[in-house]
Every structure is written in C-alpha cells, then in structure tokens.
Design a protein. Structure first.
Length: 117
C-alpha cells in the first residue's frame, strides 16, 4: 500500500544537510557550478517528497536537465543560471502540473485513497 501526502525522514534531512555543506564547500572554488547541488537536490526533494512524482516523469526531467546543462556549458558557454532556469523551469512546472492533475496523484494535499495505509 502506498501512502499519500508530504513525507520527510531523517535520511531526507541528512541529504539536505550534506547538500548544503557540499554547496558551501564548493562555492569558493566554483560559485557558478556549486549551485548545481541545491538545484538538483532541491528538485529531487520536490519530486520525491512533496509532489511524489512517478519515475518516468523524474527521468524526463533528469534527461532534459542534462541536455540543457550540456548545451549551455559546452555548446554556448559560458554557463549562466538565468538561461538554465529559462530552459528548465518550464519543464519542472509542466511535469509538476501533469503530476498534480493526474488521477494517481499522491503528493502533498492529496486525499488518501481506500487502498492507502
């Protein structure tokens, strides 16, 4: 049985703390790329804990993130966060909207189903 709603565990807290520490340590070395850590971990948290997105949608986001990052970092350098956000934010919003509108939505503010524990 699958649960519904927002979830948060000690492991989630540890991952978020480690990501924050990693960002803090990497920032003096490469400020631009240090933000990749909170960007990706934040999305992972959003998708897995808040929206509870299905795996195919997560993989679509990850694939498009890699394509967008590679394009901006290697094809049209220098990498810039405003361009990355302009490309990736619509993907995040569209996938989140599709997930929330789905009949199978089980994330934050969803109603428990009879089969939920």
């Amino acid at each position: 049985m699958k649960s519904s709603g927002f979830r948060f565990s000690a492991i989630d807290a540890a991952v978020l703390c480690i990501a924050a520490l990693g960002t803090w340590l990497l920032y003096p070395i490469t400020p631009t790329y240090a933000w990749l850590i909170p960007f990706t971990v934040g999305h992972f948290f959003l998708f897995c804990n808040v929206v509870r997105m299905r795996r195919p949608q997560e993989l679509i986001w990850a694939a498009l993130f890699l394509v967008n990052f590679a394009a901006l970092a290697f094809l049209v350098p220098p990498f810039a966060w405003p361009r990355m956000l302009a490309l990736q934010l619509p993907v995040t919003l569209a996938l989140t909207w599709l997930t929330v509108r789905s009949d199978q939505y089980r994330g934050a503010f969803s109603s428990p189903r009879p089969t939920d524990s």
